[in-house]
Design a protein around this ligand. Structure first.
Ligand code: ADP
Ligand code: MG
Ligand code: MG
Length: 247
């Protein structure tokens, strides 16, 4: 699904990723953990194609295609979903409008038929129920005045509607209370636990992994993967701290 080889990237002329190699097969959920400033968000931005993040060496293939030959919207149309730590607010656009346009623009890109209003509302209600969210909430402007938990639940509703092959979720758990954390974990499992799907779950703390059990855990330190293991590695990190494990 995702094959990253010897990836080097700079931001504002500063080297942040320094030879990162990682393979995520279809059907697996991989967690990336690491201390502040390790380059976790930079990795998510580079994979998403955010301007200002320059790849200086290495390669990435997504579902067998050269990722860096694809524009960001082509990456999304090919089934990549990115969830970021700080969701944007869009005053004047309701969440439902935003979701419907996201879905239909992807359908157009693939040459598929667009959803009708009624079909779309049904889909949105089903996905909202999965996340334990009142669908009425989705009539409000995108993220304006939403709590941290509401933003993340809504983002998971978006993920359910887009039905991606690969989800890259950056600190989806930051600032969530236990109920929201459980709902988001349940949403990730419901939407993404499938033989043809994969998740790259970027997190600073172990707690989300109580709800979403990863197949593999990788430690990112100073721009590269310094250790990989099973779910027990996350417990070890929680106990011992990054200084011990990533030294
Ligand atoms: P993490 O998500 O692991 O906490 P980041 O990827 O956000 O780490 O940041 C990695 C390093 O890159 C940090 O030292 C950070 O200060 C630096 N960095 C990130 N974005 C920029 C930027 N736009 N300009 C300069 N430095 C940046
Ligand atoms: Mg950080
Ligand atoms: Mg970060």
């Amino acid at each position: 699904m995702l094959k990253i080889e010897n990836l080097h990237a700079t931001v504002a002329g500063k080297a942040i990723l320094n030879g990162l190699t990682l393979t995520v097969p279809a059907g697996e959920i991989h967690a990336i953990m690491g201390p502040n400033g390790a380059g976790k968000s930079t990795l998510a931005y580079v994979l998403g194609g955010r301007p200002g993040y320059e790849v200086t060496e290495g390669s990435v293939t997504f579902d067998g295609r050269d990722l860096f030959a694809m524009e960001p919207h082509e990456r999304a149309a090919a089934g990549m979903f990115l969830g970021f730590q700080y969701p944007v607010e869009i005053p004047g656009v309701s969440y439902l409008q935003f979701l419907r346009e996201s879905l239909n623009s992807q359908k157009r890109a693939k040459g598929d038929a667009e959803f009708s209003g009624a079909e779309f509302i049904k889909l949105a209600k089903t996905q909202a129920a999965t996340l334990g969210m009142d669908a009425e909430m989705l009539k409000r402007p995108v993220n304006v005045g939403f709590s941290g938990g509401e933003k993340k639940r809504a983002e998971m509703v978006q993920m359910g509607i887009m039905d991606p092959k690969l989800a890259i979720l950056d600190e989806t758990d930051s600032g969530l209370d236990i109920d929201a954390l459980k709902a988001v974990g349940h949403g990730i499992n419901e939407i993404m636990r499938a033989p043809e799907k994969s998740v790259l779950l970027i997190t600073h703390y172990q707690r989300l992994l109580d709800y979403v059990r990863p197949d593999r855990v990788h430690v990112l330190s100073r721009g590269k993967i310094v250790r990989s293991g099973g779910p027990e590695l996350a417990m070890e990190l929680e106990r011992e701290g990054y200084a011990e494990v990533a030294a």
